[in-house]
Design a protein around this ligand. Structure first.
Ligand code: PLP
Length: 399
């Protein structure tokens, strides 16, 4: 179905941070399958794990214990603030699981008959009905009403709005049961959370019993230079979700929680494919490679290099570029509102010049290369971007 407005490009092969189209043309890949291919393309550790799992055992269902699933859960618990993991197949599904867990917790522990989940404006949490309702952006919700009840929106990085909402909603059978929020908003324009805002959120949640849920689907699994986005904010969530980078590009999602909010009983939530030997065996190889090859150090160094280069470029085109921001290897270049040039214009021109980029909204160009990107590849991407901007800005407000 025509669910995507696609670029005129068909890709058939990849190696590291490079991909080739069906005509044999090479591209530097700064999209990485939308922040998923953390180890790039055809990484030997992934080739080995995929081959091993398909030869050994790939799927049996969750009627039985799955050793790879246990090992991956153990790795995630050891490397995060969580004690429990539920596996599924995508980010939206992980958030659905978190929403269900939070609702059950609100009903059974907080004794709220009509629990409300607060989410932030310009957020992105997925495309299923509940997660698109949680996604507080009208452009994703148009035509899909009636939406799922039980959500209310607050501006991002604005603590007084959260305090007001909790105060207002705490009436009769209604009450705020959870806050679902991204530590850094990805699709909404690469907007990092404020440390002071998130500290206050944590404090409010701890005082009121409201669950604090972080959507780490895009920013997590090392993309920010730390394993989890919440490590940048100095606070721990009660529940968080992971997906995109978790399997290095094979489909897997996870909902992780502290022990105290693990209120699910057998039969209350499930997934046929979730956590199968194939997906968890490969994801475990990705996790172990991130650790063994010290990839977080590369993310931090290459991220600083990229932001420094982008800031130099921004200084050359101050009438076009408004801001450079991000953490590690999730970065955004924001264009001014009052000019015609859009992120799409830059992405289209960059593709022609051999660099894959993706917008995050109308005015932000997003840079999410594989986490193994090299110093030379960052320099090459900056060179291509600079030449693309030189051409696009020759005619003022070009289109
Ligand atoms: C991509 C994304 C999702 C949805 O993930 P899918 O795997 O596409 O369902 C949810 N939350 C955030 C923050 C994302 O970036």
């Amino acid at each position: 179905m025509s669910t995507y407005g696609r670029y005129q490009l068909a890709l058939e092969r990849g190696q590291g941070c490079r991909v080739w189209d069906t005509q044999g043309k090479e591209y530097l890949d700064f999209v990485a399958g939308i922040a998923t291919c953390t180890l790039g393309h055809s990484h030997p550790a992934m080739v080995e794990a995929v081959t091993r799992q398909i030869q050994k055992l790939h799927h049996v269902s969750n009627l039985y214990y799955i050793p790879e699933q246990g090992e991956l859960a153990k790795w995630l618990v050891k490397h995060s603030c969580a004690d429990r993991v539920f596996f599924c197949n995508s980010g939206a599904e992980a958030n659905e699981a978190a929403i269900k867990l939070a609702r059950k917790y609100a009903h059974t522990v907080l004794k709220i008959d009509h629990p409300i989940i607060l989410t932030a404006q310009s957020s992105f949490h997925g495309r299923t009905l509940a997660t698109v309702t949680a996604t507080a952006q009208p452009k994703y919700q148009k035509y899909f009403d009636p939406l799922v009840p039980g959500f209310q929106y607050v501006p991002y990085n604005d603590i007084s709005a959260v305090e007001a909402a909790i105060g207002e909603l705490d009436e009769g059978d209604y009450g705020v049961g959870a806050i679902l929020i991204e530590p850094l908003q990805g699709e909404g324009g690469v907007r990092p959370g404020d440390v002071s805002y998130f500290r206050k959120l944590r404090q409010i949640c701890s005082e009121t019993g409201v669950l604090l849920i972080f959507d780490e689907v895009q920013v997590g699994m090392g993309r920010s230079g730390k394993l989890w986005g919440y490590e940048h904010l100095g606070v721990e969530p009660d529940i968080f979700t992971s997906a995109k980078g978790l399997g290095g590009g094979i489909p897997i999602g996870a909902m992780l929680a502290k022990r105290f909010c693990d209120v699910f009983q057998p039969g209350e939530h499930a997934s046929t494919f979730g956590g199968n030997p194939f997906a968890t065996g490969v994801a475990l190889a990705v996790c172990e490679t991130i650790e063994k090859e010290n990839i977080l150090a590369n993310v931090e160094a290459r991220g600083e290099q990229l932001r420094a280069g982008l800031k130099l470029i921004a200084a050359k085109y101050p009438q076009y570029i408004r801001d450079i921001r991000g953490w590690g290897l999730i970065n955004g270049m924001e264009l001014h509102e009052n000019i015609e040039l859009t992120a799409s214009d830059i992405v289209n021109a960059a593709i022609k010049a051999g660099l894959l980029l993706v917008p995050a909204g109308v005015k932000v160009v997003r840079f999410v290369p594989p986490l193994i990107v090299t110093e030379a590849e960052i320099n090459l991407a900056l060179e291509i971007l600079d030449s693309v901007l030189a051409t696009l800005t020759q005619v003022p407000n070009t289109h």
